[in-house]
Each structure stands twice: as structure tokens, then as C-alpha cells.
Ligand binder design. Structure first.
Ligand code: FAD
Length: 312
């Protein structure tokens, strides 16, 4: 068989990709990590992270992920800035298409993460990480005794709004229709929670504030046209999450939402191709789960490479 350029190529340089990089380079595999932007993933837009073990006072997202990158580089991980455009998995020697070249590898770890769907209102981008959040587990505890807004109407929006009431003294749930899509049992819990006020038939039109934090939102009633300003310190947006998988096309099996399907060894439907972190079908998208997945994926890849070299 023709020799592959690499034993393993990791696609994505967020917490999952970097962790896979630590394990694989420490195991002395010939490994390359491809990241289309700067390494860091979603942690680059995470101001402060409190629920990652080992940091009693928390850590900035930047410091945490920068340390992961430094740790991986110490073991010799090579990180290249390149976007993966497509994969050809038809052969044991897999091909990865970049804008300027094609590389070959025996195995791949897909760690391209997911992106929260945005609404596109003014203030949403500039206040992300400064009061605008897409994750109550991550940021809810920062809003103790505060008034916050939440946007959405599905299971996640309702579940997460209820979760927010553990911290916030009031949650306005903004929903554009006059009924929610969430499961009935969740709706019953929502109605029973007197800290939540649903703003029916309403859409978020603006998020405003000072230099460093959200102070208010504007909401419009789509039936009456009435617009009002509400003082809040945070705004949570749950209108969906999409996996960063456009380059995969049909090369591996995905679930109905497009997340990569894996087994407990993080193996995808294509032999020698693994997935880890937010890009995979998982009940929890957090740093701690991403790095756990990545450790399993890297060790699985190592076993696959050993067995494949033994037969080629
Ligand atoms: C605002 C915010 C706050 C959060 N707070 C917390 C928190 O407090 N605690 C917590 O545990 N989690 C938190 N999270 C979630 C956490 O950041 C994610 O679960 C974690 O980053 C997932 O890691 P990942 O490596 O799987 O994916 P990502 O972090 O999404 O990284 C994926 C990487 O892949 C790259 N990539 C994508 N496509 C390609 C391609 N085709 N070619 C090359 N590279 C590509 C991307 O540029 C990105 O760098 C937060 C998320 C956000 C957005």
C-alpha cells in the first residue's frame, strides 16, 4: 500500500481536537491537526468557565484552551491553519481536500464542533459572552438574583429557562407564537414556575447595553406591533444548534439533525474515522464531555492504526 502522509489527521482545534492531539502526539503517532481559524473553538468566545474541573476559581476560556494547545505542542503536535473542504473515504488511505492540496491519512478524528443558531438582531454578536449566551449550564450561575431574557419555544428553551430560575429572580421567555413547541410536561412545569413570564407572539428586536454587559432588550409583539424595552442583565438564545459538518457530505452517517453518529468508542460509520465533542450526537455539549470523547477517539484511532499497519 502507498504510504499515508499521516497516521492520523484531527479536524478542528477546539477542546476536543486539542485533547485528541495531546493523546495522539504523546502516543508518538504521526499526527496533524487542521484548524480553519485560530485554535480554541467556542472557548475563544467564552468569557469565563467555572465548571471545568481543576480550576477552583474558574478560568477564562482563552487561557484554558491556550493551555491545551501549549500542552499538545509540547508533545510535538503540528497545528496547521486550513479549512477541510471535503473527505474521500473510499479507500483505507483516506483523502482530505484542502484549498491548496490533498493530504492522505490512515485515520481521521472529526472534532469540528457545533455552532449556536443566531437570530441576527443588533447587539447579538457584540454582547456574546458579555450577557448574550447560548448555554444555561455554562452561564446561568453568573446571573444570580438577576432578571434575564430567553428566546425560543422548543424543549431546550423551556428546559433551560426553568433551569435559569435556580439563579435568576425573573426570566422573560420570548416566543414568537401563541403556543410552545416544547413537550407538554415541560410546558406544565413552565406554567407552574412563577419566576417565568412568557411574552407570547413576541420577537426580540434589539439587545443593548454598556461596553461590557447587556442592560436591556427590545421586544416587539408581532400581532399588535407594540414594541417595548425591558431591562435585563442577560439574554439566552435557544433557537437551535447546528453541527459544523458541511464538508462531510454523505461520507459518514449523521442523525436527523446532522450530528455525527458514533458508538462508545467514538467510531463513525466509516472505518478509521472517529468523531468527538459537540459535532457528535451527544446529550451534553460541554468542554468536559468534548475532552472525554476526544481521549476515547484518540485511543480508538491508535488501535485502528496499529491494526491497519499490521495488515497492509
Ligand atoms: C458562549 C459560550 C459559552 C460556553 N460556556 C461553557 C462553559 O461554561 N462550560 C462548558 O463546559 N462549555 C461551555 N460552552 C460549550 C463549549 O465551548 C463546547 O462544548 C466546546 O467548545 C466543544 O468543543 P469542540 O472541540 O467539540 O468544538 P468547538 O469548540 O466548536 O471547536 C471546533 C473547531 O473546529 C473548527 N472547524 C470547524 N469546521 C472546520 C473545518 N471544516 N476545517 C477545519 N476546522 C474546522 C472550528 O473553527 C473550531 O475551532 C460554551 C459555549 C459557548 C458558545
Amino acid at each position: 500500500m502507498k504510504k499515508a502522509d499521516y497516521d492520523l489527521v484531527i479536524i478542528g482545534g477546539g477542546p476536543a481536537g486539542l485533547t485528541a492531539g495531546i493523546y495522539a502526539s504523546r502516543a508518538r503517532l504521526n499526527v496533524l491537526l487542521l484548524e480553519k481559524m485560530a485554535p480554541g473553538g467556542q472557548l475563544l468566545v467564552t468569557d469565563w468557565i467555572e465548571n471545568y474541573p481543576g480550576f477552583p476559581s474558574g478560568s477564562s476560556g482563552y487561557d484554558l484552551v491556550n493551555n491545551m494547545a501549549e500542552q499538545a505542542k509540547r508533545f510535538g503536535l503540528i497545528i496547521e491553519t486550513s479549512e477541510v473542504l471535503s473527505l474521500n473515504l473510499s479507500d483505507t488511505l483516506k483523502k482530505i481536500e484542502l484549498s491548496n492540496k490533498t493530504i492522505t491519512t490512515l485515520s481521521i478524528i472529526i472534532a469540528t464542533g457545533a455552532s449556536p443558531r443566531k437570530i441576527g438582531v443588533p447587539g447579538e454578536d457584540i454582547f456574546t459572552g458579555k450577557g448574550v449566551s447560548f448555554c444555561a449550564t455554562c452561564d446561568g450561575p453568573f446571573f444570580k438574583d438577576s432578571v434575564v431574557a430567553a428566546v425560543g419555544g422548543g424543549d431546550t428553551a423551556v428546559q433551560e429557562s426553568i433551569y435559569l430560575t435556580k439563579f435568576a429572580k425573573k426570566v422573560y421567555l420570548i416566543h414568537r407564537r401563541d403556543e410552545l413547541r416544547a413537550a407538554k410536561i415541560l410546558q406544565e412545569r413552565l406554567v407552574a414556575n412563577d419566576k417565568i413570564e412568557v411574552l407570547w407572539d413576541s420577537i426580540l428586536t434589539d439587545i443593548g447595553g454598556g461596553l461590557t454587559n447587556v442592560e436591556k432588550i427590545s421586544v416587539k409583539n408581532v400581532k399588535t406591533g407594540e414594541e417595548k424595552e425591558i431591562p435585563v442583565s442577560g439574554c439566552f438564545i435557544w433557537v437551535g444548534t447546528f453541527p459544523n459538518t458541511s464538508f462531510l457530505k454523505d461520507s459518514v452517517k449523521v442523525d436527523k439533525y446532522g450530528f455525527v453518529i458514533v458508538n462508545q468508542n467514538m467510531e463513525t460509520s466509516a472505518p478509521g474515522v472517529f468523531a468527538a465533542g459537540d459535532v457528535r450526537n451527544t446529550p451534553l455539549r460541554q468542554v468536559v464531555t468534548a475532552v472525554g470523547d476526544a481521549a476515547i477517539a484518540a485511543v480508538s484511532a491508535e488501535h485502528y492504526i496499529e491494526n491497519t499497519w499490521a495488515v497492509v
